[in-house]
Design a protein around this ligand. Structure first.
Ligand code: FES
Length: 66
């Protein structure tokens, strides 16, 4: 039986959750490229890239990181 994806996974290729992305921002990641280097987010099928870039920006704004 196929495992359903938890809602908070934003990059299924690498199983990356929203919480992980937020934690990386809190840890000082301010560029999407650095997030990619650390997590590989958006580097396999690329289908999440546009969405995760937008979310990354949104989370940064929410966390007060520019
Ligand atoms: S879903 Fe993120 S690289 Fe494929």
């Amino acid at each position: 039986m196929a495992k359903s994806k938890p809602k908070n996974v934003i990059c299924p290729c690498f199983d990356i959750t929203k919480a992980e992305v937020k934690q990386h921002i809190r840890d000082g990641v301010i560029k999407y490229k650095d997030l990619q280097r650390l997590t590989k987010i958006g580097t396999k099928c690329s289908s999440c890239k546009k969405k995760t870039k937008v979310k990354f920006k949104k989370y940064k704004a929410k966390l007060g990181v520019e």
